[in-house]
Design a protein around this ligand. Structure first.
Ligand SMILES: C[S@@+](CC[C@H](N)C(=O)[O-])C[C@H]1O[C@@H](n2cnc3c(N)ncnc32)[C@H](O)[C@@H]1O
Length: 328
């Protein structure tokens, strides 16, 4: 018996986690399992897994803000809304002045749609919240998608990409695993016909990690969990009982917009810096591709030290020949 969760809840969480993690490895042609077994399953997901997803969204929204932000959307679609965590996190960030008039929550599961709608109405009473099980007509000013790609066959991804292609702005966040991130990379390539890239790439060229010979590489980043993860009993119980490394929050994402983006002449640091004796290897991405670039400790001791704790930070580097400097 845990202090914060009883044994039944913990078992539900363990099984749900195993189901969700297993999605990307299910055999081709096998339909994604339906797992919203009860309202308690939705509550538990929202309290634990959706909270972690929310931290990834915070990191994505930080980066989007750093790259100029989004105009206030009037209409928002959350594709595969689940408990509505992505929509809630984005709306919180937009603040009262930037909030949309209408949010449409699309999910194939009725209990999930209702949970998501209730949670949004409770937090944002002035908002018009609609739910739908049918592919929503659009276009929308902003489309959100979060942790849904693993559940979709290639045919089922098409309507999602279609909705994204019709939206002015797209924020799409997925786990940072190799399979899922590479699949997201394929959707990026498809959407380059209609959209430019705000982030994570500082360019709209082909993804360097999707090129021949890079099949074992993938674009992923790490978000920083909030301090409460290390200080509260509830998260300590979750870490212990579910065996989750709460310090590590790998994710992949796309922030796209229809209008062209002015790309700065910088390279985005991907993954984690790899420290070696007296130097660090940085996976830097720019329009030329992704390259592991060495930086010597003695060339910039302050930057070398800062990179030790760079997870969760957007690090943009400028290259001047062999010299690397951090963009302020
Ligand atoms: C892992 S949950 C993620 C929920 C939420 N977006 C989040 O980030 O917490 C995936 C959601 O996608 C929904 N889903 C899966 N396949 C779908 C489809 N073909 N059409 C609509 N919703 C789908 C599931 O019912 C589930 O609620």
């Amino acid at each position: 018996m845990g202090t914060y969760f009883n044994q039944k809840d913990l078992q539900t969480l363990r099984e749900l986690r195993a189901t969700l993690l297993g999605m990307e490895r299910r055999p081709e042609g096998e339909a994604a399992k339906r797992y919203w077994a009860s309202s308690r399953t939705l509550e538990l997901y929202d309290r634990v897994f959706a909270a972690r997803i929310g931290w990834k969204w915070e990191a994505v929204l930080d980066e989007v803000e750093q790259r100029g932000g989004l105009p206030a959307p009037k209409t928002v679609l959350d594709w595969g809304t689940g408990t509505g965590a992505a929509a809630r996190t984005v709306l919180r960030r937009l603040g009262p002045k930037g909030r949309p008039e209408r949010v449409v929550l699309f999910d194939r599961d009725e209990a999930a749609r209702e949970f998501a709608a209730r949670s949004l109405r409770a937090e944002f009473p002035a908002l018009t919240v609609e739910t739908t099980a049918e592919l929503p007509g659009g276009p929308f000013d902003l489309m959100l998608a979060s942790h849904v790609l693993d559940e979709l066959s290639d045919d089922e991804v098409k309507p999602l990409v279609g909705a994204a292609a019709a939206a002015d702005h797209v924020l799409w966040v997925e786990p940072g695993s190799m399979v899922t991130s590479r699949r997201l990379g394929e959707q990026r390539a498809a959407l380059l016909g209609s959209h430019d890239v705000i982030a994570p790439c500082a360019h709209r060229a082909r993804c360097g990690l999707m090129s021949e010979g890079r099949e074992r590489d993938w674009c992923h980043l790490f978000a920083r969990p909030p301090a409460e993860v290390h200080t509260t009993g509830e998260w300590s119980e979750i870490r212990r009982e579910l065996r989750i490394d709460l310090r590590s929050l790998p994710y992949s994402f796309l922030a796209l917009r229809r209008a062209p983006v002015q790309h700065p002449a910088v390279a985005r640091l991907l993954g984690r810096p790899r420290f070696q004796k007296g130097r660090v290897l940085l996976d830097l991405c720019d329009a030329e591709g992704v390259e592991a670039r060495p930086m010597l400790k003695r060339s910039d001791k302050a930057l070398f030290k800062a990179l030790k704790d760079a997870a969760g930070e957007v690090v943009l580097m400028e290259r001047d020949g062999d010299r690397l400097t951090r963009r302020p």
